[in-house]
Write a protein that binds this ligand. Structure first.
Ligand SMILES: [Zn+2]
Length: 311
């Protein structure tokens, strides 16, 4: 994209390359910033490699970005921004770490990527999809950070499962294992007033699971969380804008013709309200096993609903 901010960042990358490198090595390809462009479902992703990545890694990274973006497109019906910049900074070792998404001056994602990252780590990565999900949700004031992080935490695994990148027993096993971290502890004052790590990421994810299940029950299985979120995108809601949480939730409700999101928010925002997760897993037919995978029961009361979530 050709905003002033974009060219400023490009200039910064080039300046960094010139400053850091001894002249003898300046010609080596890994020492140069590289800009690559991807078209994903009509959206432009500008891939900015800071100096330090070699050509084979850039090729693997390009495929990983494309795959992650396609998983997000499948969930939301389109990529959440018409244009986005993705800045990759090299770090020693293997793996993807330290993702951050910025809304201003224009949406961009910054990630630290290990220079030795191989195909298995790219395949298993959840960080990039998490950050791309952020791009689909309007920014909210800090006290509602649980909505942003909860949606990214919850939708990331589902989007990857739908794309064939994460087997269902692994997805449900991880959710059943991790979600209890989002339950209120002593002194909790509700999601809006308890900005701990557990309540922000997993408390927010519990909100999303409850909403997903309720939307599906009330619509007889015709609609789910993704339809509500597609409605938010269609109404102009995304990380490029800041909305009051009430507006985001009202637009989500309107998209599915329900009041599910507003009701859940009223229940959970100001009081601890622990959720009976064991009963919910039982209804969904999810049994966490010692190996971290879930045993999935086809005859559970909400088994078809569970299958629809990750199908
Ligand atoms: Zn996040």
């Amino acid at each position: 994209m050709d905003t002033g901010a974009a060219s400023a960042r490009r200039r910064l990358l080039q300046a960094a390359a010139a400053l850091l490198l001894p002249p003898a090595r300046a010609a080596e390809e890994a020492d140069q910033p590289v800009i690559d462009r991807l078209d994903v479902a009509g959206s432009q992703i500008e891939l900015q490699f800071a100096p330090g990545f070699d050509q084979p890694l850039r090729g693997r990274a390009r495929q990983w970005v494309e795959r992650s973006a396609q998983a997000v497109v499948a969930y939301f019906g389109r990529f959440p921004q018409p244009q986005v910049e993705l800045l990759l900074l090299p770090t020693p070792g293997a793996g993807v770490r330290g993702g951050t998404t910025f809304g201003e001056p224009s949406p961009y994602v910054r990630l630290r990527l290990g220079v030795d990252t191989g195909e298995p780590q790219f395949h298993d990565d959840w960080v990039l999809v998490h950050e791309m999900v952020h791009l689909a949700i309007p920014r909210v004031p800090r006290r509602h950070g649980w909505l942003q992080e909860g949606l990214a935490t919850y939708v990331e695994g589902i989007a990857r499962a739908r794309a064939g990148l994460l087997p269902a027993p692994q997805l449900w096993g991880a959710l059943a294992h991790d979600m209890p971290q989002g339950q209120p502890k002593d002194g909790d004052e509700g999601l809006d007033h308890t900005p701990t790590w557990g309540r922000t990421y997993w408390g927010g994810a519990i909100f999303c699971l409850l909403a997903d299940v309720q939307v599906r029950r009330r619509s007889g299985g015709a609609l789910g969380l993704e339809h509500a979120l597609r409605g938010v995108l269609a109404a102009g809601g995304s990380y490029a804008v800041a909305w009051p949480i009430e507006r985001t939730l009202a637009v989500a409700d309107a998209a599915v013709g329900q009041t599910t999101f507003g009701e859940l928010y009223a229940l959970l925002k100001d009081c601890p309200a622990p959720v009976d997760l064991p009963a919910l897993w039982q209804d969904l037919g999810v049994t966490l096993q010692a190996d971290g995978l879930a045993r999935l029961q086809a005859d559970a009361p909400l088994a078809r609903l569970r299958e629809a979530i990750a199908a």
